[in-house]
Design a binder for this molecule. Sequence first.
Ligand code: FAD
Ligand code: NAD
Ligand code: NAD
Length: 518
Amino acid sequence: VEEVVEEEEEKETAAAAAAPVAAKHEKDYYPYILIGAGTASFAAMEAIREKDPSAAILIIGNEDIGPYMRPPLSKEMWFNKEDETTKNLSFKDWQGKERNIVLHGKETIQSIDQEALNKIESAESGVKLLTGATVEDLNITEQSLTLNNGKVLKYGKVLLATGGIPKTLPVLKGAGEGKVTTFRSVEDFKKLHSLVKSADKKIVIVGGGFLGSELAVAVSHFGKEKNVKVTQIFPEDGNMGLVFPSYLSKWTTSQVEQEGVSVKPNSRIASSKAVGEQVELTLESGEKVLADHVVVAVGIEANVELAKKAGLELDEHRGGVVVNAELQARRNVYCAGDMTSFHDVTLGRRRVEHYDNAILGGRVAGQNMASDTLHKPYKHQSMFWSDLGPHIGYEAVGILDSKLSTVSIWTKKPTVAAADAAAATEEGTKEESAAADKKDEGKRERATATPLPAEAVKVEDKEKYNKGLVLYLKDKKIVGLLMWNNFGKVEDARKILGQVYDTEKVEALVKPFGIHEE
Ligand code: FAD
Ligand code: NAD
Ligand code: NAD
């Protein structure tokens, strides 16, 4: 048996050594293949071409269009004034500038179909994009991959950037053909958008996270004139309940409600059925909710189907493919974006599901792919941001998890709202974090350290959470910063990330954020 194993190993080693060299000018060989035509691949492509300007790159994606920004699909696209703008997949950014969601950079991307791909004799410098094609197999030893039509391509370096797949809820199965959908792509946007153009539609959005909350606000705003009613259902106490401290989550809910959304927190769906053209949801409380359409926004799973088949190491805990700090999974195999569990040298192993992480990670992966000597770690901290109605906009870096202890600093008194550790965390209990906040109280003049009870948050009190900063703590270190209605401070936040939290120095620490300057 041992001999056979050894023989196999030898074969594998020989194949690995020979494959890229032998294949160089061969038909169907590309020095760089990027799997998944999303944000991370786009960023990697640009980085590769910067380092290796004559690189021949093939991007393979299974959607109909090339890389585009998903963020506007749950925000700006719903606020367009002209139908034409939406039709062109354009939107107005926060500065009022019209932009298109399709990603454009310096590089010319040549779209090709399978037929054109078959005609290529030898890969030439430039970027080619094959859409509507799925990579079904990846052979790491032979440095090759197989498309859904059976075609085999060889690569020098490959990037896996396959993103995420929206989760569904079993309880919604069979509730009506096409009446329950997830939301991730341009296609999903187009369908929902055209649906809520008709009057009097009842839309239910399940999920209280990033997507559910943004979409609830956006669809409600868009459908106001047409009497479209949006109901949002989720198990947490408030919108963004897994991310924001409890008092802020409740305040956020009040703001989402102000946008016309009927929010049902602490709610789970017990059963569902089709009733005529509608879907009837029964909540665990017994309450029934009727909908013309249900959008499920209950998170994503890292899309590791291909990686799993290829035998790459998976992160059982966080999901995603395990890579090192250089975003390498195996020799000549790199990963970036939503499907990547990477080692963050400051904050430890993480998987991040945000746009900027796909851009920054994609860049680093691309740079490392284009150089055999660079070995660059992915150290730059990505950020994310969101808007939820006219009174909430935020930017953030690091880990934002409502289970962690938090310290909040707000413009108005009480300046330091106490930590809100809803649950005991590894590094301490609720009592400990509350004690830490008590210590603050005596130390600084402005700090009243009063936890703001959620009941005290009144909708009309718009000033309450006007501008602020929330620090997320773990093992006494600052692991996350949420900048509330306070833009342009991401660089300052990056400097603080990973520092030990010291109540004595908090005033100096937060100075750059200008919380008390109005
Ligand atoms: P993706 O953009 O998902 O790209 C992966 C691509 O690979 C997909 O097109 C997929 O179809 C394709 N693919 C998968 N498997 C294969 C295969 N085997 N063969 C060929 N192709 C394949 N983040 C923020 O930070 N801020 C926001 O405001 C924000 N808003 C969002 C709004 C919406 C509606 C959504 C859905 C997401 C939002 N995000 C936001 C998250 C952000 O868009 C993602 O983090 C980002 O798109 C991840 O990029 P990616 O390249 O890893 O994956
Ligand atoms: P999420 O992980 O942010 O939220 C998941 C939500 O699902 C939870 O908050 C919870 O309310 C809900 N949920 C879980 N199980 C449920 C159940 N059994 N019943 C009802 N609700 C349940 O994921 P998302 O909001 O679906 O977003 C999808 C992806 O898009 C994520 O990767 C997200 O990061 C990304 N996104 C990011 C932004 C942004 O950064 N501004 C905006 C939109 C989307
Ligand atoms: P961009 O060209 O990279 O992005 C274009 C689109 O992607 C926009 O829809 C934007 O909303 C979205 N986007 C980009 N990066 C994102 C991220 N990390 N999280 C969530 N969505 C993201 O960048 P842009 O158009 O210059 O806009 C993004 C920047 O604008 C962010 O830094 C944001 O904080 C900032 N912003 C500032 C204000 C303000 O009042 N000063 C308001 C909103 C947004």
